[in-house]
Write a protein that binds this ligand. Structure first.
Ligand code: NDP
Length: 449
């Protein structure tokens, strides 16, 4: 129950309007609980219906994606784009291709994206999109035909000043390449700023591939330093997932002196007490699109166990959930706490359920919420847009330094805000309030739209 009757009404209306969207409700509630602390200081928000507008997407697009498989059979998937909020800049957010994709998941991701993008300090609104298409087991030609069909419709709704999609689960360099190719063909325009995460030969930015994982570790390192006088040095680390975010989080955590002992995919996890050999993981996951189980066949001394949530039974000092939403519930959180973990930082979006976050905060485990911790990906997408606009590209070191600066700023912004509102160290509240402040200002200034 929220303290403010206005906020409770917003939540009740959200539930009543779309009762079948649990992930979206969860994201809205997490945000409203933070705003509850300060809403009394802003009576103008209620007068202007600010939060009613904030929880309703500006536009939701849903469309048919027909394509032909390798057997010549017609397949039909559903495509979406949720253009949630453009008060501070063009809509910006990734595309996810996964059988679980539905409006609830895309609205939660789009909603989070508004706040995350605000935290980066760059002028980007919030959006998310994708399809229930599953690229697993599909040939390159099938993935290409699907991407071309998806973009044929999506191209009507995006543009460098309108909406700039990027990757997310199962949308990496291959998919972005096909999507961009089709956009360019349809528009007869080399409009590189329309998508981010592009290949380096056609307008992509150095460090974009590594950015979310690297950024996660930069922010975690700053959190450890400022809140505990500590660092990655000599720490054991467990990382769920073995996709884009997980792999580059692993790389940076090791560079910073940590020892990564466990990783996973959707079917199980590997444990390597001597430290994960990242080149083996990269070759399985990035080159062959294989299963993480193969790691245990190749690396003596390591083991594979079925079931992706079991990874959190492995003791670690630092936990970096980098797979998907709601993988850590209250029960798993208690195992993580009992194992003596000192910090949890979310690489994935909303990987921890509310009761897990509550348990970490109560137990004094440092907790970095996704909208702060994984903002490095979209921040570097913002830097890719800058480079595309300037028809220029920066060196790896330049982009990496800018990414590092942005992540350190995000930590301090969230931390200082938590102190200002009397909940020192609660980075969830700090990040929500710091992010919302800017979007609310912009929405108030632009009138009732
Ligand atoms: P990838 O597709 O590259 O990797 C996803 C990883 O998570 C894979 O190992 C996959 O296993 C695993 N996974 C996917 N779905 C599930 C599931 N339902 N249960 C358990 N494991 C699962 O995606 P990314 O690394 O890009 O994204 C990971 C997370 O990070 C997502 O929450 C995404 O929204 C978030 N994120 C990504 C950003 C980016 O720049 N890419 C930016 C900010 C956030 P398998 O191989 O078996 O499918």
């Amino acid at each position: 129950m929220l303290k403010s009757s206005y906020l409770q009404r917003i939540y009740d209306q959200t539930l009543a309007r779309d009762p079948d969207q649990p992930e979206f409700h969860q994201a809205v509630m997490e945000f409203l609980e933070s705003i509850d602390l300060v809403i009394d200081q802003h009576p103008q928000y209620e007068q202007c219906g600010l939060l009613e507008r904030f929880v309703e997407p500006e536009r939701v697009i849903s469309f048919r994606v027909p394509w032909v498989d390798d057997q010549g059979k017609v397949q039909v998937n559903r495509g979406y784009r949720v253009q949630f909020n453009s008060a501070i800049g063009p809509y910006k957010g990734g595309l996810r291709f996964h059988p679980t994709v539905n409006l609830s998941i895309l609205k939660f991701l789009g909603f989070e994206q508004i706040l995350k993008n605000s935290l980066t300090g760059l002028p980007m609104g919030g959006a998310k999109g994708g399809s229930d298409f599953d690229p697993k087991g599909k040939s390159d030609a099938e993935v290409m035909r699907f991407c071309q069909s998806f973009m044929t419709e999506l191209s009507r709704h995006i543009g460098q000043f309108v909406d700039v999609p990027a990757g997310d689960i199962n949308v990496g360099a291959r998919e972005i390449g096909y999507l961009y190719g089709q956009y360019r063909r349809m528009r007869n325009s080399v409009d590189a700023g329309v998508l981010t995460g592009k290949g380096l030969s056609f307008g992509g930015s150095l460090v974009r591939t590594e950015a979310t994982g690297y950024g996660l570790c930069y922010l975690t390192q700053e959190m450890l330093k400022c809140m505990k006088g500590d660092s990655f040095e000599g720490k054991t680390v467990a990382i769920s997932g073995s996709g884009n975010v997980a792999i580059f989080a692993c790389q940076k955590a090791m560079e910073l002196g940590g020892k990564v002992v466990a990783m996973s995919d959707s079917t199980g996890y590997i444990h390597d007490p001597d430290g994960i050999k990242l080149d083996v993981v990269k070759s399985i996951k990035l080159e062959r699109r294989g299963r993480i189980q193969e790691y245990a066949d190749q690396v003596p001394g390591s083991s594979y166990t079925k079931g992706f949530q079991g990874i959190w039974t492995i003791p670690c000092d630092i936990a970096l959930p980098c797979a998907t939403q709601n993988e850590i519930d209250g029960k798993i959180a208690r195992i993580i706490i009992a194992n003596g973990t000192i910090a949890v930082a979310e690489g994935a979006n909303m990987p921890c359920r509310p009761e897990a976050i509550e348990a970490f905060i109560q137990a004094g485990v440092l907790f970095a919420p996704a909208k702060a911790a994984n903002a490095g990906g979209v921040a570097t997408s913002g830097l890719e847009m800058c480079q595309n606009s300037a028809r220029y590209s920066w060196s790896f070191e330049e982009v990496d330094q800018k990414l590092k600066d942005i992540m350190i700023n995000i930590f301090h912004n969230a931390y200082d805000t938590s102190v200002r509102y009397g909940v020192p160290g609660n980075l969830l509240v700090g990040a929500n309030l710091a992010a919302f402040d800017k979007v609310a200002d912009a929405m108030m200034a632009q009138g009732i739209i």
